[in-house]
Design a protein around this ligand. Sequence first.
Ligand code: ADP
Length: 303
Amino acid sequence: MAVLSRCSRAVTAATTPNAAAAKFSYLIRALSPFSSSSSSSSTFDADNGLNSRIKPAVLGTLKREPKDRNVQWVFLGCPGVGKGTYASRLSDLLGIPHIATGDLVRDELASSGPLSSQLKEIVNQGKLVSDEIIIDLLSKHLEAGEAKGESGFILDGFPRTVRQAEILEGVTDIDLVINLKLREEALLAKCLGRRICSECGGNYNVACIDIKAENGKPGMYMAPLPPPPQCASKLITRADDTEEVVKQRLRIYQAMTLPVEDYYRSRGKLLEFDLPGGVRESWPKLLHALNLEDEEHKQSAAA
Ligand code: ADP
């Protein structure tokens, strides 16, 4: 396994388990104004998205220096851009949980629980699930992670509305928001080519994107991302990865999530990253942009 130097300040941050556990308890309570485990006396202020009674406590307790905790990063980007791919690679690299709210929704959908049929209709139409439901699912996931001693996160697919961003900002500090960008022509093809292993959940892509240079615009090539042999016979396609639904999800991204980019841009937290091509080409450049370096690779190159 590659040994990596964790050069960014946030990445070198030490973890203090007790502090992290305390922080997560507050985060869960603050993020759970609608869940049954939340304080019955707390009220949710729909105007600014913050639980006004929890906020003062949170401000004193959660706003820890990044050096006292693991990183708290967010991935933004259109459907099909590759948030899951890069967030999961960074998660493996840094040992920090990758939390994809789309996966939480799909797990709930597959569980045949009380929300399942309601979610199926929303997701299969390419619409957003309500902030209340998504925050409830996220809170439960964080609570389970906290019980396992996890700290820090790489969020993928959350926040997706300004209200969600305000709620998150109100309870904890997000260190960095990585805004992945890809040429629009490639997004639809990438969603339609996406395949998931029904057993391990691995994400692959059968699309071969080859955009020719035109009118001064450079070409772009993205090789398929084939599954390993053990997954090849278990691939499934997401029910919401049809042309009509992907187009709807792209429209909703423009309307609801573009303002989230502005929200973080104005706070100086947004790192814009234009994907230059497929994973092989983009991954080392992303690591470089994040000030992460592959020392093993450097050493072997120098030898
Ligand atoms: P995408 O490829 O569109 O980024 P995701 O896997 O992140 O897809 O999400 C799948 C679906 O789950 C979304 O279309 C939406 O219905 C729901 N969903 C995921 N995250 C959120 C969120 N933060 N807020 C509302 N709905 C969400």
